[in-house]
Structures are given as C-alpha cells and as structure tokens.
Write a protein that binds this ligand. Structure first.
Ligand SMILES: Nc1ncnc2c1ncn2[C@@H]1O[C@H](COP(=O)(O)OP(=O)(O)OP(=O)(O)O)[C@@H](O)[C@H]1O
Ligand SMILES: [Mg+2]
Length: 374
C-alpha cells in the first residue's frame, strides 16, 4: 500500500500543490518554516482524518481562505482508492473514499495505516503517565476489539465510583453496599485490561529492543517496565487496603487508570539519565516497534513519516536508521530534512527508488528521481 499522489488546496501554507510520490522513499527538503512538516500532516489527515499536530481543523485552512481540500490517491495490490478531505470554515469536515462520504470517520481509520515519528514524540518521556497509557492503548486497540470496550466500561464505572465517594464526603454518610456494586465491575474490567497490557508489553519489548540495538549499534541496553498497582497485589485487595484513603481523597487512588511505563537505559530512568540523542533513539525504536505490530496485524506495511530525523541524532545513527527503513521490511517513507542533499547522498548508495522534493514557501517541486525497477 502506498500513496501515489496528493493534491492540496489552501492547506496551511499551500495555496495549490500536486505531487506524485515514489512508492518507496520521498525526501522533503527545505529551510525552516517552508512547509515540509505540513506535507506530512496532510498525509496524516488522509490516514487518520485529522492533523497530527493541531486538533482544531479550521486552523489548518490557509489564513484568509474559506476552505481547504486534501486529496490523495492510494494504491494497494492494483486497487486504487481516492481519499478526499474537505473543510469549509464553520462547517463539518467532509471525508470521502471513492466519492462516497463517510458517516463515521472511525470507519476510515485503519484502512491506510500510518506511523508518524516526530520531535513531538518526546512527550512520551517528558510528560505524565497519561501520554504513555494513550500510546499503549492506541496500539492494543488496533488488534483487540474487546480492549477498547473494556476500557470504556472501566472508565464509566470509575467515574461512577468517584462520584459516589464524593457523595459520601459531601453527605458525611458511608454505605459499603453501594460502593461494592461499583467495585465488582471495576475489578472485573480492571483485571482484563491489566492482563492484556501485561501480555502486550511482553510481546512488544523484543521488537523494541531489536530496533534500539540497530539504531545505536548495540551501545546501550534499553528496557520498558509495565508499572501497575495490580503487579503488586490483586485488585480487590488493593482497593480494600486503600478504602480509607479513597474516602478521604474522594476518588479512586488505585487501579489501571494509574498504570505507567517505566523507560530505562542501562537500567537507569531515561528521563534523568539518557542524553538527548539516546532519548530520541529510544522514541524512534518505540515507534518502529509500533510499526512492526501494526504490520503484523494488518498484514500491510504502514506508511512511515519521519519528521526532522537529523534533529539530535548523530550521522552514524541516522545512517543506521536509514539503512533500516529503506530495507524491504518497510514500505513507503516520507522524510524531512533541512539539509538539501545529505539524505539523497545516503539513498544514492542504496538500491532503492527515491524522490527528492524541494519545498519553498508552500511550493513543492520534484528535483530528483531514482527508479530502480520499472
Ligand atoms: N493556517 C495556516 N495558513 C497559512 N500558513 C500556515 C498555516 N499554518 C501554518 N502555516 C505556515 O506553515 C509554515 C510552517 O510549515 P512547516 O511546519 O511545514 O515548516 P517546516 O518546513 O517543517 O519547517 P522546520 O524545518 O522548521 O520544521 C509556517 O510558515 C507557518 O506560518
Ligand atoms: Mg518541520
């Protein structure tokens, strides 16, 4: 599966652009602020029906323009799919595949899988546990249909339980029977989620460590540990042990909603002890392991977007990474760089198709094409 072409009208700083892509490697070069990442974001729209960066769709319409249109043509085993995304100011976003409008955008997501590697991934290290749970949930939800349902149910029960604890606090009356009704359900869904997460992390770690080793040349050893209250004791015991605390705090202080992933390098926490380049390598290995998982499940290579890949990585690591992603295990790639030629110099040496585009103030021009097999 790959994106053959894209056309943009009034999308961010692109008034009107049409591009034909290589099925393998596409390098987008240009100075800061010219529009390289914007092309990646338009591709992200075609896959996920939304921007990777800005959740407010209307802010992606060119300043002063009344609408934007993004159109892409995908090819998959000879089949062609036209994907259309259009937004007029103050109107609902329209999304179509082969001229047929979607009633639910959720029906589109997953048809053209994509993984984005961006400097914004650093929040997985720097931010709180919620961002790591989101990362975990977004991968598991792609292959386990029950998982998302269990998670939704868990969160519903959790908010009911918290409301009841609040009510106990406000009224000064405690009633263990009504709390138990929620506890039973919280425990049931919580255990299922815990077991799925535990199994997933176990399966995910070897993929992740393999990628880190390839990028770093085996210089450091990295780890991921799944941290959960349920690792230490059964959920029912944990809940009854903290009952007095929950009553005092008026919310549920233990459970899988507090789960976290602990990232380590040579057994030390990555946030405190890893260099910037090591952190970046860690994040890339996480995303590439995500790529492997999606590929295993969907049986198709996701499109891979690599934004600002030289940012914080040394030349050797970029070279290892480029060798890895240009191999046959990967499908179509889009890579941005501010340097005009260094990516193309790397790919000239490899036996792969690639194209280079020069991006200049919202105008993209194909400047180099190498085709190995016609
Ligand atoms: N809604 C919009 N309308 C017009 N221009 C916009 C809009 N949103 C963003 N831009 C412009 O897009 C440009 C940024 O593009 P982009 O982020 O793709 O740059 P880049 O080439 O990736 O740069 P860098 O190398 O710094 O990452 C900025 O000039 C910004 O003003
Ligand atoms: Mg950019």
């Amino acid at each position: 599966m790959f994106l053959r072409s894209i056309s943009l009208i009034n999308f961010k700083n692109y008034p009107e652009t049409e591009l034909q892509f290589s099925p393998k490697i596409n390098c987008l070069t240009g100075n800061n602020g010219e529009g390289k990442t914007n092309i990646l974001d338009a591709i992200h729209y075609l896959s996920f029906c939304k921007s990777f960066f800005n959740p407010i769709d209307s802010q992606n319409i060119s300043h002063q323009a009344p609408f934007f249109v993004i159109q892409g043509n995908f090819e998959n085993n000879e089949q062609q799919d036209d994907v259309y995304c259009g937004l007029k100011r103050n109107q609902k976003k329209i999304f179509k595949r082969n001229k047929k409008e979607y009633q639910r955008l959720a029906d589109h997501i997953g048809l053209f899988p994509l993984v984005m590697i961006s400097p914004a991934d650093s929040e997985l290290i720097t931010e709180g546990s919620e961002s790591r749970r989101k990362f975990l949930d977004s991968i598991i939800a792609q292959f386990d249909k029950n998982y998302l349902d269990n998670l939704i149910q868990y969160n519903k029960v959790l908010s009911q339980r918290n409301a009841l604890l609040k009510h106990f606090g406000d009224s000064g009356k405690f009633d263990s029977t009504s709390l138990e009704i929620w506890d039973v359900q919280l425990i049931e869904y919580g255990i299922k989620i815990f077991q799925t997460r535990q199994q997933f992390i176990q399966d995910f770690i070897p993929f992740f460590q393999k990628h880190y080793e390839l990028i770093s040349g085996g210089k450091e050893f990295v780890g991921i540990e799944y941290v959960s209250h349920l690792n230490k004791q059964p959920f029912d015991e944990a809940l009854s042990n903290v009952l007095n605390r929950d009553k005092a705090m008026e919310y549920t202080t233990v459970g899988i909603h507090k789960d976290d992933l602990e990232f380590t390098i040579n057994q030390y926490p990555i946030k405190k002890y890893a260099s910037q380049g090591q952190q970046k390598s860690f994040l890339i290995a996480l995303k590439l392991a995500q790529f492997d998982f999606i590929k295993k499940i969907k049986k198709v290579s996701p499109i891979l977007l690599l934004d600002d890949i030289y940012d914080k990585l040394d030349d050797l690591r970029v070279k290892q990474l480029m060798e890895l992603v240009s191999s046959n295990n990967f499908g179509q790639l889009f890579i941005t760089d501010t340097h005009p030629t260094r990516l193309s110099e790397l790919f000239q040496l490899s036996n792969t198709d690639f194209k280079t585009f020069k991006i200049n103030n919202g105008c993209a021009v194909e400047i180099e094409t190498k085709i190995i097999n016609q």
